[in-house]
Design a protein around this ligand. Structure first.
Ligand SMILES: O=C(O)CCC(=O)C(=O)O
Length: 293
């Protein structure tokens, strides 16, 4: 496994040593983790999401939001990692354990999602900081992060992630609601773009980007013939629970698993424990019944 820190371009075969959150915020602008998942692991999670019963469940619960460019951004969101293959990824040492090291505190699973951009129709995600959303949920500190895991090749033509390097150093920016999308104040965004560089995150399946919740990011539409799916998994720190109950879970101890649990997991259709967010109501308490194996 090879870690590449953008900017510093440090290649190291080992997971990073302990980083405190100040280091994450100030010194590690963005981090690519190349080959987070190997081919077998990627195939397993894709097999899970393409399984007809899982696909139906995911499709029936897709959150669809206008991208203000004539299409919709689509994703299925769940609260808990669960015991299926994707849950093992979110609970694994190489994902959750790395976030714990980077954030310098015990982490819990804040939510996970499958973001789907289908060929020719995939919608865009406008410029935002994830903390732009989570601030509204009354989470007081930006001590949170997202792991973006490419399940398909991510290229410019199919709407890869774009980031503004080091933009998390600007702190939390004002966001406004564009239909249902939370987007960064455009005047401030222009100024940030004059000073910081924008990068396209060109990723192979299994590559991942670990990024701070104040890092500005977006992604374009998919007008190509190539699907772009990504698994995103989000962590909050235990001392940073939200002040108000909302559609994402409060602290529940994350039962981490060894990395080998991804390959040994044989649960492809069991979403019982994941608590899928029901889009219309945003009522994550609704329990989706177990789908037949
Ligand atoms: O998957 C993408 O292209 C971006 C998703 C994203 O930024 C989000 O869900 O907050």
């Amino acid at each position: 496994m090879c870690y590449v820190f953008m900017m510093e371009t440090v290649h190291t075969p080992k997971p990073p040593e302990k980083y405190c959150s100040a280091v994450l915020q100030m010194c590690i602008p963005n981090m690519y983790l190349i080959n987070l998942l190997d081919v077998e692991e990627v195939d397993k999670v894709i097999k899970e999401f393409e399984d007809p019963s899982t696909a139906e469940l995911l499709n029936n619960n897709k959150v669809k939001v206008s991208d203000c460019q004539g299409r919709e951004a689509k994703m299925t969101i769940w609260g808990h990692p669960g015991n299926d293959v994707s849950g093992m990824i979110s609970r694994s040492e190489k994902v959750a354990g790395t976030c714990e090291q980077l954030l310098g505190d015990e982490v819990y699973h804040y939510h996970g999602k499958l973001v789907t951009k289908e060929p020719f129709t995939g919608g865009a995600h406008l410029w935002h900081q994830d903390y732009g959303y989570w601030y509204i949920n009354e989470i007081l500190e930006p001590n949170m992060m997202t792991v973006f895991i490419a399940l398909d090749k991510c290229e410019k033509r199919n709407g890869c992630l774009q980031i503004i390097e080091s933009s998390h150093k600007c702190g939390r920016l004002d966001h406004k609601l564009e239909r249902q999308l939370t987007v960064t104040d455009p005047t401030r965004l222009d100024k940030i773009m004059d000073r910081f560089s924008m990068k396209y995150c060109l990723l192979n399946p299994g590559d991942a980007l670990f990024f701070h919740c104040n890092l500005l990011h977006c992604s374009g539409q998919n007008s190509s013939a190539y699907r772009r799916w990504a698994l995103l998994t989000v962590y909050n720190t235990v001392s940073n629970q939200s002040c108000k109950p909302h559609h994402h879970p409060q602290y529940i101890r994350l039962e981490k698993v060894p990395n080998t649990a991804i390959k040994s997991c044989d649960k492809f259709t069991d979403f019982t424990d994941k608590r899928i967010l029901v889009p219309k109501t945003f009522d994550s308490k609704q329990v989706i019944p177990k789908t037949p194996a």
